[in-house]
Ligand binder design. Sequence first.
Ligand SMILES: O=C(O)CCC(=O)C(=O)O
Length: 281
Amino acid sequence: MIKQLDQNVFTHAILEVNGSSGNLALQLAELKTKGFTIVKSGMCHKLADGLREKIDAIYKLQADEVGGEENLKAMNDANIARALAAYDDAFIDIAALPILSDIYMAVFGSNYTLMSQNGIINVPSTNHYQFTWHRDLNYQHYTSSRPLALSALVCIDPFNEITGGTYVLQGSHRDEAFPSKNYVLANQQVITAEIGDIIVFDSMLFHRTGANTSNMVRRGINHIVTQPFIKQQYNFPYMLGPREDITDPKVRTLLGYGFEPALDVKSWRKMKLEKVGINVD
Ligand SMILES: O=C(O)CCC(=O)C(=O)O
């Protein structure tokens, strides 16, 4: 949330202006310059209540399948519920929210896929791996003229100074290296948001989760969306199976159907031939 200041934009001696008015244009301009923008999804509290329960249940199931939460702690993976869309279609709907698709389409064109979708569970008075500064494209230290990936962090609980907002270093997606400690302390900003707000950011923006000093768990769902030349962290088509009931081509592309790596040359050619209507055995 940003404080509203004077609402007039008077100028003089300016001949050139970037961008047009309108929400999407504003979001794209903010993403480019600041590296983040905030979008309102209009999610109702009832839906958030349901998603909260589902995230916790998926996390428990995933912890149990690797021998319990202690093992997740040992690998710095506690309180993250991974690949939610593969467990419950409600998370496919969240990943495919039209308000997000509009941004992805404007940034990437029509081919973009879900690289990862994680439930971030910020438990009061516990440590979380995401408390440390990072980029969502881990270990990468270069800049690009267009975003390589966008992150969309959907707030399922209020994000504020007490529950833990999201800390960002504005503009840091344009720098190769992480800045000095002095720079971070002088320039870090915390984004606060309401249930249903979505913090969309360039995945190269340095950011971190804020500590939760409240007495309630604070959850968010982070998506990383890329063009399909960057491989998915989880193979959603494999986890979901063929799912012919998902017919919307935009949603299938988002989930990665049609972009699975070919097993060999023949299957790669077969796939290309099928697209031009030729079937070979
Ligand atoms: O929880 C947050 O505020 C940020 C989440 C985050 O850093 C991430 O998912 O990469």
